[in-house]
Design a protein around this ligand. Sequence first.
Ligand code: XMP
Length: 533
Amino acid sequence: MADATPQVFTPAPSAQSAQSLDSLFYQPADAFFRGHAHTALTYDDVTLATLFSDVLPRDAQLDTLLADNLPLRVPIVSADMDTVTEAEMAIALARCGGLGLIHCNMPERTQLSEVSRVKNNVHGLIADPIKASPDQSIGELLAYLEEKAFTFRTFPVVDKDGHLLGLLPGQVVRPRHANKKVFEVMTPRAMAPAISDTELGADPIECADRFFSEHVGTHKLLVVDAQDRLRGLFTLSDVERIRQEQNAQMKPSRDTKFRLLCGASLAPSRTAAGKLDGERILGHVSGLVERGVDVVAISTAHGHSTGVGDAVRLVRNAFKDLTIIAGNVTSGSGVEYLAECGANVVKVGQGPGSICTTRIVAGVGIPQLTALYVAKQAAARLGVTVLADGGITKSGDAVKALTLADAVVCGGLLAGCPEAPGSVMEINGKLYKQYRGMGSLAAMNAGSAARYGHAAKDSARKVAAEGIEALKELSPKLDQVVFQLAGGIQSGMGYLGARTLSELRSKARYIRVTPAGQRESAPHDVIEVKTGG
Ligand code: XMP
């Protein structure tokens, strides 16, 4: 017969405060990941505990410093993949405060001009404007404009040594004046709107803005040096756009010359004899540096390897101040190796990508959160930063990644944007864009074989592809996608009371979720009529 004595409820030891009970369940990174040392975890395997907060999501700051010259306003980098990042994506993402890595599955010359397109996109001071010479006829100038498809019509006029002679206003650059010489119709030097470069001060845009307010109807401002040589040109529309950006919610990521930030990837190419092709790699990097690239990425499937290490060392020795991203790795020793070779930023991710088959084909790779924790330990010790590359499918993943990494690299999340390369196709009334792994046969045939450790000629032979070719549904414009992603990250930070990403890293508390918990985490038991995004 069962004992009928009523059970006496014994409270948990009263010494156990609410906080220590919390910490028993919700653990900081070290305790949590070391406690799961034999299990590889990824984003959906864990959830973050909420903490007391006095931070509103909109006040959470998303700035991150990937390297001294890479301050991003949002911690989002677009993948260097041929269906994700060319100039249009890099421009759009830098305008939202992130960074685009232009892929290298294209002729070197084409990649250089893609970088130039980003770096010259919006000018504060146009340092080298198109000029007219005094003896040119208006007809010659018009023919030149047509040939180059330039749409602007106002030009500074300079002599052969670059001294400013005047300004040719747009209203005289017309066919009816074709026979006139520039010097006959230009506004002479004494009346041309110009200031000395020494007057620009610490905030040239503010100075130009003031000038345009004080000189109603003036749309151009010329800048000259002490010898009256032309040093540049401000236009009213550029200045107004930059002023608006300064007040906008999403601020562009810019270099010290007010140009958009831009990265480009390069392959650790080999000679026919199988040796690292130093001459080709260094020639490629100098071209990129000349175009103003802010960071080069040596992206491969296996960064902890002689080929990648040698390529990083080669570039580091030749370009002491250049910021280098290298990868990919998933171990502390991989981070250590690349950092010692000279990388400033290390990409972490082997097999998490939405189009990756590395884990299936090669049986290797580590689920992303564990890989990030292990990599971050070494990175913090060595003073390099970490990019969480691949597997980000929703903003919640990005929040979890950013508890360990300095920024996230996104491929699939951005590949459906109109700014991604490739055309839109319609299938059964729905619109799609192509998205393919750089280790897919098609991408390797187009040039990315070196990234997967194969020689270019191998890709025509039988090599195991480590990526698939896929489609992404056409998504809204990139700024909308980034806005949603950044908003989600800010929400996460609000729940954790983290005002900055570094507070997010130090405050994060993790707990595992079961498959039932995962089901509970997504919409369930309803018929969805409208998605959250
Ligand atoms: P998401 O998940 O954002 O991942 O689409 C993008 C990242 O995936 C990596 N990548 C590949 N990995 N085989 C792989 O195993 C591939 O063919 C492949 N292509 C890209 C890359 O790191 C990218 O940033």
